[in-house]
Design a protein around this ligand. Structure first.
Ligand SMILES: Cc1cc2nc3c(=O)[nH]c(=O)nc-3n(C[C@H](O)[C@H](O)[C@H](O)COP(=O)(O)O)c2cc1C
Length: 323
């Protein structure tokens, strides 16, 4: 069986979307990254508590923490554990953002491996839950140190590692380097999960076969396409996956919308759904125009009307094509 997890994606993988992915066969997910310092200073702030919601339909869930100071991160991990809500603690050593990495958080930790190691050791010591790490292959091509950091992680008692096959310098551009991910997988005994550019089920299976990773972690490939997990399951069973139909996409938008509206104030749900709708409709004829209209609509009813029209047009176009 191909182990496939959903990666954390700030602003995308809230509990509603994670539940949808679990329903399609995702095995494990993580919260969006949460500032250890932010949590300790203001644990009841809505911006933080929203990130910590665990949906009833979710499967195994890691809470992902980021920070620069080992003691702060270890303390936040302990408090997260005390909530009794999460299955593991994941340490972010991969975020490349300008407000994060240059100040020694996220991928910035890969430039100070002694501090990164201290953070791993202190966090492992502070909690009973398994502690995992998500890192990149290095800061830039001249400093590929994921193998060294993975060995340190293993020695520190880290249970699993996810490696995103890009450097911080690459941000999200270029291609993920799966040879480098394979090198990391080879160099430690703990499970290494590979991440980067998994856009379909075939690629997921091939990456696992070729690189020796324990499984894959999917990020952008799941945006608007939670069915990627279903596809992986079907391929595992030796079935040829049926393409996702337009009808399925429209139904998923409805489900996603309803769940978001049940959770968030209407004007926020409308705003947040816009990007998801754009992703769900990607590839359908006329989707660009509809996306523009949806982005201007201010109420769920207005969005619904636009989508109903588009749905009907899509069905008619399909019927014409079949005739
Ligand atoms: C919009 C966005 C938000 C992200 N947020 C996080 C995050 O909170 N924590 C994290 O570890 N990685 C985060 N990532 C990185 C992804 O988890 C993943 O490592 C990266 O996108 C590469 O995988 P992919 O090629 O499958 O997209 C984010 C990426 C994007 C594009």
């Amino acid at each position: 069986m191909t182990h496939a997890r959903l990666a954390p994606l700030c602003g995308v993988t809230d509990y509603v979307f994670r539940e949808i992915c679990f329903e399609q066969g995702c095995e494990q997910a993580a919260t969006e990254m949460i500032s250890a310092m932010g949590y300790l200073c203001a644990p009841n702030q809505r911006a933080v508590t929203e990130l910590m919601i665990r949906g009833e339909k979710e499967g195994p869930l890691a809470v992902q923490l980021f920070g620069r100071d080992p003691d702060t991160v270890a303390e936040a991990a302990k408090r997260m554990e005390d909530l009794g809500r999460f299955d593991s603690i994941d340490l972010n050593m991969g975020c490349p953002a300008h407000k994060i990495a240059p100040s020694g958080e996220g991928c910035g930790l890969m430039r100070v491996p002694d501090t990164a190691e201290e953070m791993m050791r202190k966090t492992v010591r502070a909690v009973c839950l398994p502690v995992t790490v998500k890192m990149r292959i290095g800061w830039d091509r001249a400093h590929l140190n994921a193998v060294d950091l993975a060995r340190r992680a293993q020695d520190a008692g880290i249970r699993e590692i996810t490696v995103h096959g890009r450097t911080r310098e690459q941000q999200y551009s270029g291609e993920a380097d799966w040879d480098e991910i394979a090198r990391v997988a080879e160099s430690v005994d703990i499970p290494v999960y590979g991440n980067g550019d998994i856009w379909d089920g075939e690629t997921a299976l091939r990456r696992v076969r070729e690189s020796g990773v324990a499984g894959v972690v999917i990020a952008r490939g799941a945006m608007g396409n939670p069915w990627i997990f279903r596809e992986i399951r079907q391929l595992d069973r030796g079935e040829s996956p049926a393409p996702v139909t337009a009808e399925e996409r429209f139904r998923m938008i409805e489900t996603h919308y309803q769940r978001l509206l049940a959770w968030k104030p209407e004007h926020i749900a409308v705003r947040e759904m816009r990007k998801h709708i754009g992703w769900y409709l990607k590839g359908l004829r006329g989707a660009a125009q509809i996306r523009m209209e949806v982005n201007r609509a201010e109420t769920p009813e207005a969005v619904q009307a636009i989508l109903s029209r588009f749905r009907q047009e899509t069905e008619e176009a399909q019927e014409d094509g079949e005739r």
